[in-house]
Design a protein around this ligand. Structure first.
Ligand code: TPP
Length: 378
């Protein structure tokens, strides 16, 4: 399903006419917001990569090329819905108010996520591939049990979306999640960003059928969307989240996109893929495609200048905030393990503090250079 051509021309394919109504409600302010956020997250990504190279973070996971899939789908999620991401969903995170510095802190290793999933409804990043699909499905089953689906009362009904990559579809957890979702008719969308590489494994090694068909045998219907088309990603997500909330069951969305950058800052993709392939996908860049669309709608240069300036300001703020980060107190790692205090955790906390004390106490190194002392080596 595509609504925007690579040249930024809008048209609705006849066979997908049902999706068009979801875009018809969008106003210019929504379009500008989509563009601003895509540009913002790319600037963030570039800055975070630079900060990792300077030793300020242990690792960075770039999402360059996937901005349309993330911003479009993120805004297609309703205000009460819950999101279960993998580890690359920085774009989705900003559509739900997650503070970018909390993501930086996590990749620096000074917190475990830091945002409150109860407030943002954006749950913590899942590094173990596929686990988040089971968390999402379990949550969605709970919604069914609690009567939070299909009542038609907007403040009552909600749905769940989970994000994962093409490589994760080879994990049993994803198949198990499809099965439970189908048999329990859960209110959820499985959003697979097929960026065509799982580190160095091409998608052809994960599947011999298009991934959007992977759920069918379990009873989860699927749709493929152009993952570099922000409007199509928005429309498809909005429709299937609305349907899920209304009690029509789960859908698998495959957003066909491309990972332009490295898997992480520890990866060198030039070792396993051709520059021609990357160039082919750079020509389909989601942000320049949407820029062409906006310019055709009459959006002027001033807007694009303002967005660029905002990106530079954001980058400067991030640098300053990162350089000022303090090492966390050792005992902080025991916070939030359980929602209520737990005697075993308290015992462990006390033991560790005692042990540190026996060694002369914990001495955070916050004087002068606060880089981690590694990084930038891959
Ligand atoms: C269960 C499990 N197995 C292996 C890994 C190591 N690993 C981390 S990322 C990755 C590739 C994932 O590729 P994909 O699902 O396509 O997502 P992408 O990173 O491209 O967004 C692998 C194998 C892991 N994190 N968890």
């Amino acid at each position: 399903m595509q609504l925007l051509s690579v040249d930024g021309d809008f048209s609705v394919p006849k066979e997908h006419a049902g999706y068009a109504e979801f875009v018809r409600d969008l106003r210019e302010a929504d379009f500008l917001k989509f563009y601003r956020d895509m540009a913002r997250i790319r600037r963030f990504d570039n800055e975070a990569t630079a900060l990792q190279r300077q030793g300020q973070m242990g690792l960075w996971v770039p999402a360059i090329g996937q901005e349309a899939a993330q911003i479009g789908s993120g805004y297609g999620v309703g205000p009460n819905d819950h999101i279960f991401p993998s580890y690359r969903e920085h774009g989705v995170a900003i559509t739900h108010g997650v503070d970018l510095m909390s993501i930086v802190k996590m990749f620096r290793g000074v917190n475990h996520g830091g945002w409150n999933p109860n407030e943002t409804r954006f749950h913590l990043y899942a590094i173990v591939l596929g686990t988040q699909a089971l968390h999402a499905t379990g949550y969605a089953m709970g919604l069914n049990f609690e009567g939070r689906v299909g009542t038609g009362i907007p403040e009552n009904d909600l749905a769940v979306i989970t994000y994962f990559g093409d490589g994760a579809t080879a994990e049993g957890d994803i198949s198990e999640a499809f099965l439970f979702a189908a048999t329990h008719k859960t209110p959820q969308v499985f959003f697979c960003q097929n960026n065509q590489w799982a580190i160095s494994s091409p998608v052809g090694t994960q599947t011999t059928v298009p991934l959007f068909k992977r759920g069918e045998g379990f009873g989860v219907p699927g749709v493929r969307v152009d993952g570099n088309d922000v409007l199509a990603c928005y429309a498809v997500t909005k429709k299937h989240m609305d349907d899920a909330r209304a009690g029509l069951g789960p859908t698998l969305v495959e957003a066909l996109t491309y990972r332009i950058g490295a898997h992480t800052t520890s990866d060198d993709p030039s070792k396993y893929r051709d520059a021609d392939e990357v160039a082919h996908w750079q020509a389909k860049d989601p942000i320049s495609r949407f820029e062409k669309f906006l310019r055709k709608q009459g959006v002027g240069q001033d807007f694009f200048d303002e967005v660029e300036q905002a990106g530079n300001d954001l980058a400067a703020e991030l640098r300053e905030a990162t350089f000022a980060l303090k090492e966390p107190a050792l005992e902080d790692m025991f916070d939030h393990v359980y929602s209520e205090p737990h005697p075993l955790i308290e015992e462990q906390r006390a033991w560790l503090l005692g042990y540190e004390e026996s060694l002369g106490g914990h001495n955070p190194n916050n004087d002068g250079d606060n880089s981690l002392g590694y990084g930038g080596t891959a």
